[in-house]
Write a new protein. Structure first.
Length: 163
């Protein structure tokens, strides 16, 4: 089991749970984001990530009240430190297992595959783009919007794995 400190509603720190998909101490060996063909990902980890099975333990976070099913994906402290004032609005709601940004950036690791500095590309390019979708989602917040996002998430995972 992999545990990591993330940020949720109102800037509260919590420990997120995932199935371990990388070598032990992977964070010390590279970035906190993963690029395509990242050597730190194990063979079993590739399978778990492909089908998003590594996310299943986050149901414990939902039960504990640290996360919801739909909401902005919780970031590590390092990246939250780069939020603009506008981006901090995403911390008004609990972090979620899935979001519109998660669906649209499900292949984020491919965007980082050619980056010389994955952290810089993530902070300067990907994070601001994802946050635009997260901020839009706050405006659309509601039960039916969440149901739609959950269904789109299932479709995105199934579609990706048909290829």
């Amino acid at each position: 089991m992999f545990r990591q400190i993330r940020i949720t509603q109102y800037g509260k720190k919590f420990r997120i749970y995932k199935f371990r998909t990388m070598i032990p101490d992977a964070e010390a060996a590279g970035s906190q984001v993963t690029a395509k063909n990242d050597m730190r990902v194990t063979g079993a980890g590739k399978f778990l990530r492909k089908y998003r099975f590594d996310e299943i333990p986050q149901l414990l976070n939902v039960i504990a009240g640290d996360m919801s099913f739909v909401g902005t994906r919780p970031e590590v402290v390092k990246y939250v430190g780069h939020y603009t004032d506008e981006m901090t609005a995403t911390l008004l709601l609990p972090a979620g297992i899935t979001s519109e940004a998660s669906i649209l950036y499900k292949d984020e690791e491919k965007l980082l595959s050619d980056a010389e500095n994955t952290d810089a590309v993530y902070i300067e390019k990907i994070l601001p783009q994802k946050m635009k979708y997260n901020l839009d989602a706050i405006e659309q917040f509601g039960f039916f919007s969440d149901i739609k996002t959950m269904l789109r998430t299932v479709a995105a995972v199934v579609k990706k794995n048909e290829n």
